[in-house]
Unconditional design. Structure first.
Lengths: 574, 101, 167
């Protein structure tokens, strides 16, 4: 039942720029598919009850949602090849409804798979070195990474080889597959944190010590949801060779002492909060010292093998600035805007990083049709060595585009409605699926995103406003990361109606902060009005090119609350 | 005494679709749902639901409050179940609503 | 209760002793944690004393008596409560070489985890044994023969296999 292999062969024979499975990795995912096929059969026969089946279903990424099952496919450290993207499109067409949703953890969700088809879907994923392992459940989840990894100028080292080690180390871990709760790890190797590591159970930052050796600064206990916390440093510097052992020590302490009496108090952030970071650090250090570390010592050959697969592609030697690009920008204003908003500097001369927005005006944030996925796959091969990234902001990144090619790329994207020039702007909204899809949700989130996007549909106005991160969650679980949005929106239920609480001042980077509540919840209709009032106030008060978050920090939360109070006095029921 | 009439919902184990307990079994169309007007009737629905859960046909079985429309169809009262009988409000071409629900 | 060893249902050579029952003169008996000190004192250094412990037990309390125990059973209050897997690792690390048994409502799907963490046997209630027959435990004993993780009991980690293949 697999899709013919003719689809799998790469059209352009690019060298691999990301990890490729060896025979053992292939055997591992195939075994996992066979295991799940058996588990489905045993579920249907009743050998496994639903309660027994559930953790294993979740460990293979399959949720039961509002209208159907939902399958969350892992995209390790957000990196995909063109062939993998094509396979995702094929799966969408064959077993789903022709589209997929890219998530805030760099994964892809299908909203309409059937349980009985899922083993075949997993088989089709295994064909292209993909899986849905541990994208749900009380286990270690997808390790996410900076979506500009390997190409950003501010990077000490590409975090993805480490992320690949962590992926393997955490897969089907015999000891840590039945944790108190889910466990999320993120890693960055850059000066700017584009991976929101401080909002993760374990955050890793690549650092250099005094002698220039690479190691990791490790934070623990970050997390959003019901009780948001910023991660705390547990160890400033863990040498490369000791990382897996140190993480194993953390996991053992969490597995043993994380709360199991209350689902909402079971994350490691609660353990850190209740016991204190000093106690947790002492417990981890004690475990670390007692372990047999020889089993974990980083094998240098293995590290080289893995790191080699992330080696930079064969870039051409180009001038730093493309004359062709300058010319194209002058001639076509729409293209010029796209470059100024969606294109970021590359560490290699003559290249650029392109953010492809999956947030068309009034569209569904993060969704892509199978046609769009194919266009992206083709674009990555024509213009980027066949590699793509998924950002936690629910956009697609083309990380290796020649500046000379930007115009041709833009035309290709534009034809597929993939050229919205709004990366990082007010309509580049991060939103969970919310009550339109998710059984955990308390309110809808997508229509709120659409309404805000529509209100700010004037692109010139968006550019004038500048960088402004709006993040929307349809429930307290905060999958839309609203706590770390400069403007956050949380959908709740109030007196049998959907009600939206707005927060300000969240920040996902190294200067992480959790948003503060603006006031009582407002109705869906009022949300775009409130956002517009806040934005207008910001525009009136900002100093030069100060970003929204900085104006908020400078003026203080109370000034922004006053804005709405004034509006309330004018008669609007806020 | 039931505060509101009720119907029984569940998810089809094999394909995950929302199902409603009807007169002779599980239906995909909410308009065919059997309505309980008394606590006894609701309990009877639940018992059938539990039996079918144990028989590995459906999962996530529960009662929900409805109001009866002019045509006698049971309209769920809570907005969550209003979503479930239709589909995503942002994709009217998908879900039960696409086939006229 | 049913006992699984090497992917098969086997008869149990150990007997669980109720707290109110007197200590027998001979035979392999498993006592509760609360009764252990007394049982060891009464039987001296015989290897036929086993204990069933809570999955929250601190290894330090058990370490002194490990050499005297022929069996340690770790209780799993729920199959999704994975604390027993870590405790098993710690007990093995402390040098225990007797039978390590996982006891509770575990599923065949967890057999590989149990074996990986150092358990020898798994003890399950009869209702689970009925639904999860021997063929399922046998099949499970053959899965995850290679783990990515190093230092776990298995026929070799994937890294070991890689090194071997590279030679």
């Amino acid at each position: 039942m697999t899709i013919p292999d003719t689809h799998v062969a790469s059209r352009h024979n690019h060298p691999a720029t990301t990890y490729r499975y060896d025979q053992f990795d292939h055997a591992f995912v195939r075994e996992r598919v066979a295991e799940f096929r058996e588990q489905v059969a045993r579920r249907l026969s009743g050998a496994l009850t639903e309660d027994e089946f559930r953790p294993f279903r979740l460990m293979n990424g399959l949720y039961l949602q509002l209208h159907a099952y939902m399958l969350r496919v892992a995209i390790p450290y957000g990196t995909l090849t063109a062939d993998q993207m094509r396979r995702l499109a094929e799966i969408a067409d064959r077993w789903d409804k022709g589209y997929g949703h890219f998530t805030t953890r760099q994964n892809l969700q299908y909203n309409w798979p059937k349980l009985i088809d899922t083993p075949d879907i997993l088989e089709a994923l295994a064909d292209v070195e993909m899986h849905a392992i541990q994208t749900s459940g009380n286990c270690i989840r997808n390790v996410t990474a900076d979506h500009f990894a390997g190409v950003a100028a501010d990077e000490i080292e590409d975090p993805r080889p480490t992320a690949e080690f962590l992926r393997q180390w955490s897969s089907a871990h015999p000891e840590f597959s039945f944790l108190p709760r889910k466990f999320k790890i993120a890693i960055t190797g850059a000066t700017l944190d584009r991976a929101a590591i401080l909002a993760h159970d374990i955050g890793l930052r690549l650092v250099k010590n005094d002698t220039g050796d690479i190691g990791y600064c490790v934070t623990v206990g970050g997390g959003l949801g019901r009780s948001p916390f910023i991660g705390k440093v547990i160890c400033e510097y863990v040498p490369r060779a000791s990382l897996l052992a140190y993480l194993e020590a953390i996991m053992r302490v969490y597995n043993r002492y994380g709360r199991r009496d209350n689902k909402y108090k079971a994350r490691i952030k609660i353990l850190v909060h209740e016991k204190g970071i000093e106690t947790i650090r002492a417990a981890v250090e004690k475990e670390f010292a007692a372990m047999d570390q020889t089993a974990f010592l980083q094998d240098p050959q293995e590290f080289d093998r893995v790191a080699a697969s992330f080696a930079p592609p064969p870039y051409e030697t180009l001038p730093a600035k493309s004359l062709q690009l300058a010319k194209d920008r002058q001639e076509i204003p729409a293209f010029d805007h796209f470059v100024s908003v969606n294109v970021s500097p590359h560490k290699t001369a003559g290249y650029a990083i392109v953010t492809v927005s999956l947030k068309p005006i009034s569209g569904i944030p993060g969704d892509a049709t199978s046609h769009q996925m194919r266009v992206l796959a083709d674009a990555s091969e024509r213009f980027g060595f066949g590699e793509l990234r998924v950002s936690h902001e629910q956009n697609i990144i083309l990380p290796h585009v020649k500046q000379d090619d930007l115009f041709a790329l833009w035309q290709m994207l534009d034809a597929a409605d993939l050229a919205t020039a709004n990366a990082g702007l007010v309509s580049d909204i991060i939103s969970c699926p919310g009550l339109d899809y998710c059984s955990l949700a308390t309110a809808r989130s997508i229509p709120i995103a659409q309404a805000i996007s529509q209100r700010f549909s004037d692109m010139a106005r968006q550019r004038r406003i500048g960088k402004l991160g709006i993040k929307i969650s349809g429930c307290i679980n905060a999958c839309g990361h609203h706590h770390i949005g400069a403007i956050g929106v949380l959908g709740l239920e109030k007196k049998g109606q959907e009600s939206y609480q707005i927060t300000l001042g969240g920040d996902p980077g190294f200067s992480a902060s959790i948003g503060e509540i603006l006031g009582p919840g407002v109705s869906a209709d009022q949300v775009p009005d409130v956002i517009e009032h806040l934005v207008d106030f910001y525009l009136a008060e900002r100093h030069e090119t100060e970003a929204f978050i900085d104006t908020w920090r400078r003026l203080g939360h109370a000034r922004f609350k006053d804005v709405l109070r004034r509006e309330g006095e004018d008669g609007a029921d806020i | 005494m039931l505060k509101h009439p009720q119907i029984l919902l569940a998810s089809n184990l094999k394909d995950g679709e929302v199902m409603f307990l009807g007169a002779t079994g599980w239906e995909r169309d909410y308009r065919l749902a059997r309505v309980a007007h008394t606590a006894q009737e609701a309990k009877a629905l639940e018992e059938i639901g539990q039996k079918d859960y144990a028989a590995n046909e459906v999962v996530d079985v529960y009662l929900t409050d409805v109001a009866l429309t002019a045509t006698g169809a049971p309209a769920p009262l809570h907005y969550r179940e209003k979503m479930r009988i239709k589909g995503p409000s942002v994709r009217l071409d998908l879900g039960k609503q696409a086939s006229g629900a | 209760m049913a006992l699984i060893s090497n992917g098969q249902f086997v008869s149990d050579s150990w007997r669980r002793l109720a707290d109110e029952e007197a200590l027998p003169q001979s035979g392999k008996i498993i006592v509760s944690q609360e009764r252990l000190a007394h049982a060891l004192a009464a039987h001296g250094a015989h290897s036929d004393i086993g204990v069933i412990i809570h999955n929250t037990t601190e290894i330090d309390t058990l370490a002194p008596v490990l050499p005297q125990l022929g069996l340690i059973a770790i209780s799993f209050p729920a199959f999704a409560d994975g604390r027993g897997f870590s405790l098993a690792r710690l007990i093995r690390r402390a040098g225990f070489s007797g039978e390590l048994r996982a006891s509770g409502r575990l599923l065949a799907d967890q057999y590989a985890h149990a074996l990986g963490c150092g358990f020898d046997t798994v003890e399950i209630p009869d209702d689970i044994a009925q639904r999860q027959d021997e063929s399922q435990w046998r099949a499970a004993s053959k899965t995850h023969q290679r783990t990515y993780q190093r230092g776990y009991v298995s026929s070799g980690s994937i890294l070991d296999a890689r090194r071997k293949a590279a030679q």
